[in-house]
Design a protein around this ligand. Sequence first.
Ligand code: DGL
Length: 222
Amino acid sequence: MIGVFDSGLGGLCALCEIHRLLPRESTVFLADRENAPYGERSESELIRLVSRDTERLALSGADRILVGCCTACTVLDKIPRELSELCTSIIEPTVREALSLTATGRIAVLCTEATKRSRIYERTALSIMPSAEAVTYAAGGLVRLVEGGMSDACIDDGGRERLSSVLSGLNLAGCDTLILGCTHFSHLERTLGDVLSIRTVSAARAGAEYFSKIIMKKSRGS
Ligand code: DGL
């Protein structure tokens, strides 16, 4: 069984992709809303929470876990190995997709404060393409807007204004691609692409696509 987890609604975007791409697989989803937002947690708190989330999913029968939370991915190498071995991170496939699309080699990343602090996107981009540059911007305010019910399907002019004010410090100079580096932001992918006039790459979608390929390859091999 496939497990997917997040602090909240963001992981649902990854889960929906899994249902679309692997419709015959059973899934179990965990949203740790009690401890959200993860983006405001310290590294040691994240290690504790992510260890517990993955352990819970494993105890529920998940033998493969898609980490539907970019913030959680930042500590996967620090949780017990028997748990991290079950997990697939969504960071690298997302960065690979963005780097395959950019013409300028300079990509922007919208993420949580904890993800920005970890510098995981910068490190991953450099390891794939040494000439690449990833510019990260923390927009934890967007997580709250999404948890409050804002989405592409449900946004009015007032919502667009609130969105613009959360993003007012964002400088996309020289960037032609924006990674939605927090899965919550995929709920606003169309709106963000429109408001910012930039191509977007969703970590929830790119991560789920990568994960599905692994699962399909495995089931063909077995
Ligand atoms: N959806 C999570 C992520 O991808 C984080 C949201 C939160 O701050 O809890 O990073």
